[in-house]
Design a protein around this ligand. Structure first.
Ligand code: ATP
Length: 580
């Protein structure tokens, strides 16, 4: 049996990762480490590298308050709170403070597993006396740490680890560790798209080998990454991408939900970002229980709010009032919803991911009828552009926001935005029709009416290949006074002393942020700019930038890695150049 890997070794990896910004170097560092550990340690490493102690969909958060961690430092090493505070004021990073206080000695030999267990206990402790218990557990753990270990334990519990190891970077590292090349990352990525759990993928890959993951199966209760759509600006274009039969469906303006229905036990509803939103929709749960008694399934659809008087579809904003922890029952009456199903990914013990859409739809229709808050998404099956146009007009009349066109012969490509699904909205007819989901990386202080908050925010697109964020525009328009007033508090916890090392820009900002929050932005046109950096390497003469940007809304349902990519913007630019 392999000896348990020491946390000291992982802490050294953290330190190396922090010092590089090249994706290839990060991959090499990860690969060296991952090639020498057990399956369970690989699982743990996948979580800890990203500052987590569980898969994302479990929603288990550490994020302890600074005050609490400071108290743990005092208990761990018997120094006064005053002293800790004064160090913190000088140094600005509690991890560094802890490393400074911890006595210089070798680690007590903590293993990765032990540290992970303690961190999990801290995360899972809840209830009245939880603060005290958390401090106690953390203090005991810290007292056994070397300075370097203490630095990273503190950063993990605070949620400030910020190594910038993207999911794909990790999978490249894992591929290289297990096969000697980065090339098998595609298999791992596919497995990740189905299991949505980097830790589980790492565990299975180390245990069974990468090739075994070709046949990865969905698990009821664990979210599958959702299939996404490309867009066209004209319905004629659809034929180019889908030569055969197409399902044309209403594009509902609501929230995507993946429902996991086990044979026994509780149904779970997952949002696009894999948050468990089960508690928000007791009405949907009841409807599913009635429709599928005793059956096991993973189904997908869009939940939309319905006007109680007219029965018409209402827009997204109305549905958002159902996003709540309290008064759920009251709002269930006030804002009734309907769950429009459009896919089934698993049924009675069998994965349907590799079953053509036309058959998946048959299965869905067979077991399920339109009643009690559930409905099949409206759709037609056709090859004719004229039918698509007529159906689009009908969808708009009924309060839809457009149509989604789906290749009837296609498999469910988890997590992929390909041409098997295509979205078409009315606004796409304008030149810059679709909106961008951009990550905030910096802030510029406001003046005049905006004094005391930010006047504008610097936003960036993500490039999964380089694992970097490229600045694209500065957004100052479109905010209400309330939006503006909320900014300083919203961003306080993401503030950094300098530009984040994975952000590429020539712009200056007054404050730099960790890439964390995503906003939806519209704009008037794309130009080439000397200071922004999107696709700069391809264009040579400068980077792409968005002119006249306007803030639309926060996209809490997206992580920074799900922001609009550099490649998508570049392709949009090329297609506009062609149209000119
Ligand atoms: P994207 O999801 O493509 O990143 P987005 O979140 O801004 O972009 P849209 O561009 O409006 O959303 O379109 C995609 C979304 O449309 C899906 O994620 C889903 O929530 C919604 N949708 C509504 N009706 C359907 C349908 N019939 N089939 C698939 N998705 C649908």
């Amino acid at each position: 049996m392999k000896q348990a890997t020491k946390f000291e070794k992982l802490a050294a990896v953290f330190e190396q990762l922090e010092a590089v910004s090249s994706n290839l170097k990060m991959i090499d560092i990860l690969s060296d480490f991952l090639s020498e550990i057990t399956p369970e340690e690989a699982r743990i490493t996948a979580y800890l590298l990203r500052g987590k102690v569980a898969p994302d969909y479990e929603g288990l958060k550490l994020g302890l308050a600074e005050k609490l961690v400071m108290r743990a430092l005092t208990q761990a090493w018997g120094i006064s709170l005053k002293e800790v505070e004064s160090h913190f004021q000088k140094i600005g990073d509690l991890g560094d403070v802890a490393a400074g206080i911890a006595p210089e000695r070798n680690s007590a030999g903590l293993s990765i597993q032990e540290v992970f267990n303690e961190l999990q206990i801290i995360a899972r402790t809840s209830g009245e006396a939880s603060q005290k218990a958390k401090i106690q557990t953390l203090a005991t753990l810290l007292s056994r740490c070397s300075p370097r270990e203490a630095r990273y334990v503190v950063r993990i519990v605070l949620g400030t680890l910020r190594l910038g190891v993207a999911e794909m970077t990790f999978l490249y590292g894992l591929s290289k560790a297990l096969t000697g090349t980065r090339e098998k990352k595609a298999i791992l990525e596919n497995a990740f798209n189905v299991l949505s759990d980097l830790g589980e993928v790492a565990y299975q890959a180390v245990q069974k080998g990468v090739e075994a993951l070709q046949e990865v199966q969905p698990i009821v209760g664990i979210p599958i990454r959702m299939m996404l759509a490309q867009r066209v600006e004209d319905l004629e274009e659809v034929k180019k991408h889908i030569p055969g039969k197409v399902f044309v469906e209403y594009k509902y303006d609501g929230e995507r939900i993946q429902a996991h229905v086990p044979k026994q036990g509780d149904i779970t509803l997952y949002s696009r970002r894999h948050e468990k939103i089960t508690h928000q929709f007791p009405d949907i749960i009841a409807a599913i229980q009635q429709a599928f008694p005793g059956k096991e399934a993973i189904i997908e659809g869009e939940v939309v709010s319905i006007d109680p008087q007219s029965g018409k579809l209402q827009d997204f904003q109305v549905l958002m009032t159902r996003r709540r922890k309290h008064k759920v029952e009251e709002y269930m009456e006030k804002v009734p919803v309907k769950y429009f199903l459009f896919d089934i990914l698993y049924f009675n013990g069998k994965s349907l991911l590799k079953t053509p859409l036309s058959q998946r739809k048959e299965i869905l229709a067979r077991y399920f009828s339109n009643k009690n808050g559930l409905a099949l998404a409206e759709s037609i099956l056709t090859e004719e552009v004229e039918d698509m146009e007529n159906f689009f007009a009908e969808a708009m009349e009924q309060g839809g926001e457009g149509v989604v066109l789906k290749d009837a012969s296609s498999f469910y490509e988890a997590g992929i935005r390909g041409w098997k699904w295509i979205k078409f909205k009315k606004e796409y007819k304008r030149e810059l029709a679709d909106t961008f989901d951009l990550v905030v990386v910096g802030g510029i202080y406001g003046t005049g009416r905006r004094a005391g908050t930010y006047g504008s925010l610097l936003v960036a697109a993500f490039d999964p290949e380089t694992n970097k964020y490229y600045s694209f525009t500065k957004v100052g328009a479109g905010f209400t006074d309330r939006d503006l007033a909320a900014l300083p508090q919203m961003f306080a916890r993401y503030q950094l002393p300098e530009k984040y090392r994975l952000v590429e820009t020539e712009m200056e900002a007054d404050v730099w942020f960790e890439p964390a929050l995503v906003m939806e932005v519209t704009g008037a046109e794309l130009t080439v700019s000397p200071v922004h950096t999107v696709a700069k390497e391809k264009l040579k003469k400068g980077g792409l930038a968005l002119r006249f940007p306007r803030f639309l809304r926060w996209r809490d349902d997206k992580t920074p890695e799900q922001a609009t990519t550099v490649q998508e913007i570049y392709e949009m630019y090329l297609s506009h150049q062609k149209m000119r």
